[in-house]
Write a protein that binds this ligand. Structure first.
Ligand code: ATP
Length: 356
């Protein structure tokens, strides 16, 4: 068992940088998700922790010990791969026992620990099967058992649910989380699926182009995003470019003056970030906005509105049959409003080469 610390961890391939000075501390028992778009460096970061990719610079510490140069089997990590990477010609039990053999655990202990690990993932009746005789969800559990059987100090998961269908994904997600909490496993999980990250992890690391953009709980990232990238990546967000004028207020590039709290914000270019659930709309014959599209989603309805050249998305609880919103038609004039406190001013995106 142990904590995981990454210090200025960096990976360069030739002249391109896959991971740039990533700092992160994962205390014992915490589950952290690396989240970000394809190619942002999540998998490379995880592989450097596992020891499959040698860092160009920086350090990896597990339980306080520097393992930056240690080979994978000497790191006490258990990893689950996206593809599961099971040995096709070996039974379930032999697949799970593999890591213990590598560590020269004696036969009696091996058998006991394999049995326990398979019980943990509820596969104890299938130990003599071959991987191809199992469903996708069962193969995934074998991969989990194989990673857990070595009692890893750090548990590493690389997109572990991406090969499962939506229903199974929800179930396995809860199982992994409950195992992780029950065993108190220090865990790093890579995903590009924000729902997966939000529901499973204690904290999230949002990455973009090799760099960490923000680290925080789901709530912190959603309610207090540090920049427009995080605001747009975690949940949905209206991001309106414009300028903060003093006196005056926030003027969108389209010319409209939009409500937001301006105290303390520097005048100049900025981006207004507004969650769509905070936007109210109402039919108004002389309203300044036009309804462009309506998407009915059952419990909620999305309204795409044009506010003097600025597109705004509002997400409201679907109105009842008698409510005025229900009678809105595309092209109708509407009023749009929100509390100034719901709109945050964010700095315009940093350009490449800044930071670090
Ligand atoms: P995905 O979600 O698509 O798996 P990711 O966030 O995990 O993406 P990485 O696989 O870590 O991203 O890749 C980060 C960057 O490093 C990418 O631009 C990728 O092309 C590059 N990269 C990864 N491995 C290598 C390699 N062996 N040689 C050269 N470039 C690489």
């Amino acid at each position: 068992m142990g904590s995981l610390v990454l210090e200025a961890l960096t990976k360069r391939y030739g002249t391109s940088t896959a991971v740039e000075r990533v700092d992160l501390e994962v205390p014992q028992g915490e589950m952290v998700a690396l989240l970000g778009p394809s190619g942002c460096g999540k998998t490379t970061t995880l592989r450097m922790v596992a020891g499959f990719v040698p860092p160009s610079a920086g350090r990896v510490l597990i339980g306080g010990a520097d393992v930056t140069r240690a080979p994978p089997h000497a790191r006490n990590t258990g990893m689950v791969f996206q593809s599961y990477a099971l040995f096709p010609h070996m039974t379930v039990a032999d697949n799970v026992a593999f890591g213990l053999e590598m560590r020269r655990v004696n036969r009696a202990d091996r058998e006991r620990r394999v049995r326990e690990a398979l019980q943990l993932v509820r596969l104890d009746r299938l130990e003599d099967r071959l991987p191809r005789q199992l469903s996708g969800g069962q193969q995934q559990r074998v991969a989990l058992a194989r990673a857990l059987v070595v009692n890893p100090a750090v548990f590493l998961l690389d997109e572990p649910l991406s090969n499962l269908d939506a229903k199974l994904r929800g179930e396995v997600r809860m199982e992994i989380r409950s195992l992780q909490q029950r065993l108190g496993l220090t865990t790093l999980i890579v995903t590009h699926d924000q729902e997966e990250a939000l529901t499973m992890a204690d904290r999230l690391v949002v990455m973009e182009r090799g760099r960490v953009r923000q680290v925080g709980t789901a709530e912190e990232l959603y309610e207090r995003p540090a920049d427009p990238f995080v605001a747009g990546f975690v949940g949905r967000c209206n991001l309106v470019e414009g300028e903060l004028e003093t006196p005056g207020g926030f003027r969108a590039a389209s010319g409209a003056l939009l409500p937001c709290l301006t105290a303390g914000a520097p005048a100049g270019r900025a981006i207004l970030a507004l969650r769509p659930e905070h936007v109210r709309i109402a039919p108004a014959a002389d309203g300044p906005a036009r309804l462009r599209a309506v998407t009915y989603l059952g419990a909620q309805t999305e309204y795409h509105v044009d506010l003097g050249g600025t597109p705004i998305l509002a997400i409201r609880q679907t109105p009842g049959a008698e409510e005025p919103l229900r009678r809105l038609a595309i092209g109708d004039a509407v009023s749009v409003s929100w509390d100034a406190s719901a709109a945050r001013l964010l700095p315009v995106a940093q350009t490449d080469g800044q930071g670090a």
